[in-house]
Design a protein around this ligand. Structure first.
Ligand code: ADP
Ligand code: MG
Length: 778
């Protein structure tokens, strides 16, 4: 039993106040057919909406089966609409993108009835209204009478107790109207039917009770009902709940009705994803290429240990000193940054031995830089002349003079290659150089001439060898191969003056005879795929040779004299300790190298070598540590950082279009909300919760987001082919643009989340829409 007690409902629009319901009190029997008659604007629709819970009364009470609705929550009202009442409207309010059967099922879909049960109930309802044959048609394929039957089927499918009909025949011709009335009359046998109509004949013919309504008040009631005793509270509600899956299905069918628009939107919003995907694909590919090139070529980059090293670690942690300091009227004395970070490496014999013990599996080429100058003579056209293995421009006559001035210790350039001649693991020279003429050096007295990739030799180097050549002159290899030179020991090369100073002697046969032959056996140049010239262009010789020279000279007279003198024994000039050390090294007095170059066998073994070198420093004070320079490491960090930087900037740019598309989706969802206002009203009339409405729209943006993400990735993938083709023609590099599958999936997820964020606000707005107003809208 339904009881209305002193219902009041007032609308305020501007200054006008409309009393749509003005103290309405009436009781309805459980089974009867009540017709409400009254002029337009008298509040009939408002009454039905309030009874159906689509609209809420201001004061009074509605009592359903003895239960007051005063304290109903929103969820209670939703469940009430879904279980207890069925609505039939004048304009049918079918959802056009759903089929007949889906329209009928909708209320049960919202309440989470299983699809099988739902289907069966819907078919039964449709049979009851005489439409068993049209279940798969769309509403616009039916006549008005048929549409109203569908609406009735929808209202009764869930077997509600109360049927609320708002001018159900208002849009139908007389014949159809009568058919519908008969149908409703049939239903009223086991339901309470409250029907609003402005057709008194129809009301008189079919209804069992007629209520006249005017200005929000009941004027008359043909069959008032007063129960003998107040009913007990026997009201029960089943909570409604729409599943995510059903929300998705509902949205999907809606999207499918506007394929063109959906596709364009998805395409537009995928542009951001396309941009980011392409940037990432390129960066991914470039990084891969760089890593490959690095492990191929940079492994050839030596780890270098020299007498002075820059401590990169401390240099980078000094960033704060870049800031400007206010002028405070004084100045501060300071050691320059570069000098602060300079570290003096004390390379000792012990360290040299330690380095030599590196596992040859990780580095089998180690080269030592020595300051030793070779005393060389050549026999040229019947004359004995001084020669030099150097690339610096000096003419042979002034060479002795230069040496006498201590120049020998300037520009230390011994150009030796690593000791690998007699090692099985392969030769440094053979790995990195190609033989242009002659034979590979096979003993320590063999030297080679290194050309550049244009087959050019350093002019000064040739001149220093005693050849009179002009710039651009073409020289036959034969003129050079097997050319021999003599290394002269210090004791016969220098002469002690009575003053105690030394001078180089004038070359003569005796001096020449005291020397030992070395031969130029090969002309070589770097292989094409070696990215780096490891040896300077000019004469290069083995480390054994320089070690032999050192052995020969370390006890020579001039070395002894220099060790005991604080001034240069050639020039008499004052020297610092450092200068003195360098000079002693240059005349062969020191067997400790001034620098060490370690060539790792591969990119991976480099780390092992570095670990080994780090082990030496463990537990040593900072001063006694040996700092190495890992050139390839520096380069790797540099290129990696650079690429990352560029990638971030480009991704940020592409990200802007992603945000744009997010806003676009928001606008689109908003439009969709406006378009589907009626549908929202219907969904609510059928018992949809706010959350269900939000879910339906969220589901729509979810589908759109996933679709545009996948579309974007797909287009980006297609783009990689032309991009690679173009890059191949420009750079000769293959497959630069490579989409990382993990990144692709992440991008689709990001696209989905962003579109959902963009659409969520309009979806919320949709859920807030007032159902009564939504249903009044056209
Ligand atoms: P009926 O269905 O009898 O034609 P209604 O119930 O639709 O009448 O309307 C009753 C009165 O309330 C009318 O004057 C109408 O203008 C007013 N009214 C209905 N809904 C609203 C609303 N949402 N805002 C303001 N006034 C409204
Ligand atoms: Mg009305």
């Amino acid at each position: 039993m339904l009881q209305l007690q002193h219902l009041m409902k007032t609308y305020h629009v501007g200054d006008t106040v409309t009393h749509a319901l003005d103290d309405v009190s009436i009781n309805f029997r459980n089974h009867e057919f009540v017709a409400i008659l009254g002029p337009s604007g008298s509040g009939k629709t408002t009454l039905l909406n309030v009874i159906g819970g689509l609209d809420h009364y201001d004061s009074g009470d509605i009592i359903i089966n003895g239960k007051s609705t005063k304290n109903f929550t929103q969820t209670d009202w939703d469940a009430y609409r879904n279980n207890t009442v069925g609505f039939i409207f004048q304009s049918y309010n079918l959802i056009s993108h759903l089929s007949i059967i889906e329209n009928v099922e909708l209320g049960m879909t919202l309440s989470g009835v299983s699809s099988k049960e739902r289907h069966q109930k819907a078919i039964n309802a449709l049979k009851k209204v005489g439409l068993g044959d049209h279940i798969n048609k769309k509403p616009n394929q039916l006549s008005g009478g048929q549409m109203q039957r569908v609406a009735i089927a929808r209202a009764i499918a869930n077997d509600p107790d109360i049927l609320l009909c708002d001018e159900p025949t208002g849009a139908l011709d007389t014949k159809t109207s009568e058919d519908i009335m008969k149908l409703i009359q049939e239903l009223s046998k086991d339901k309470l039917v409250i029907m609003v109509t402005h057709n008194p004949e129809l009301a008189a013919e079919y209804a069992t009770r007629i209520v006249h309504f005017q200005d929000g008040k009941i004027l008359s009631d043909s069959d008032p009902y007063k129960p003998e005793k107040e009913p007990e509270d026997s009201f029960q509600l089943k909570k409604t709940k729409m599943s995510y899956w059903n929300a998705l299905k509902l949205s999907f069918t809606n999207i499918m009705t506007k394929k063109g628009r959906t596709f364009l939107t998805a395409f537009a919003s995928s542009i951001g994803i396309i941009g980011i995907a392409i940037v990432l694909a390129l960066s991914h590919g470039f990084q891969k290429q760089i890593n490959q090139t690095q492990s191929k070529t940079l492994s050839k980059f030596p780890i270098s240990i020299s007498q002075t090293a820059t401590d990169i670690n401390t240099a980078s942690s000094r960033k704060e000193s870049d800031k400007n300091v206010k002028n405070r009227g004084y100045l501060t004395a300071a050691i320059p940054e570069t000098e602060k970070n300079t570290h003096q490496n004390k390379i000792s014999q012990k360290y040299v031995d330690y380095v030599k013990k590196i596992n040859p599996k990780y580095a089998n080429n180690i080269s030592f830089i020595r300051g030793t100058q070779l005393n060389l003579l050549a026999f040229n056209q019947g004359k004995i002349t001084r020669v030099q293995f150097s690339n610096t421009a000096t003419n042979t006559n002034s060479m002795a003079q230069a040496q006498a001035q201590g120049m020998a210790s300037v520009g230390i350039n011994t150009n030796t290659f690593p000791n690998s001649l007699d090692k099985k693991q392969g030769s440094f020279l053979k790995d990195n150089y190609q033989l242009l003429a002659g034979t590979w050096p096979s003993n320590k007295n063999d030297v080679v001439l290194v050309l550049n990739n244009k087959n050019e030799a350093n002019l000064n180097a040739l001149k220093n060898l005693g050849m009179s050549v002009k710039d651009g002159e073409k020289i036959n290899f034969k003129k050079l191969i097997n050319k021999s030179f003599r290394i002269i020991p210090n004791n016969s090369y220098y002469q002690k003056l009575p003053t105690g100073n030394f001078v180089p002697k004038k070359p003569d046969q005796a001096m020449y005879n005291s020397g030992k032959d070395i031969n130029l056996v090969a002309v070589i140049r770097a292989k094409n795929n070696t990215q780096m010239a490891l040896l300077d262009n000019g004469i290069a010789y083995s480390d054994q040779l320089s070690k032999e020279v050192i052995n020969q000279n370390k006890n020579s007279e001039i070395v002894q004299a220099q060790k005991n003198s604080s001034t240069n024994v050639l020039t008499n000039q004052e020297m610092t300790t450092e200068q003195k050390e360098q000079f002693i090294a240059s005349i062969g007095g020191s067997s400790i190298p001034s620098g060490i170059l370690i060539y790792p066998n591969s990119f991976n073994s480099k780390d092992k070598v570095l670990d080994y070198l780090d082990k030496w420093n463990k537990g040593k004070t900072k001063k006694n540590q040996i700092i190495y320079t890992d050139m390839s490491g520096t380069v790797t960090k540099l290129t990696g950082g650079l690429l990352n930087g560029i990638t971030y900037v480009l991704v940020a740019f592409a990200g802007i279009s992603l945000v744009t598309s997010m806003i676009m989706i928001g606008i689109l969802t908003y439009t969709s909300v406006l378009e589907r206002t009626k549908e929202i009203g219907v969904l609510k009339a059928l018992g949809a919760r706010k959350r269900d409405i939000t879910r339906v729209f969220d589901a729509e943006t979810f589908i759109l987001g996933i679709f545009s993400g996948i579309l974007g990735i797909f287009i980006a993938y297609l783009c990689t082919f032309p991009i690679n083709a173009i890059l191949y023609r420009i750079t000769d590099m293959t497959n630069i643009s490579q989409l990382d599958p993990v990144q692709a999936i992440i991008l689709v997820i990001i696209s989905t989340i962003l579109t959902m964020l963009g659409g969520h606000l309009p979806a919320k707005m949709a859920a807030k829409k007032d159902a009564a107003i939504a249903l009044r809208s056209e």
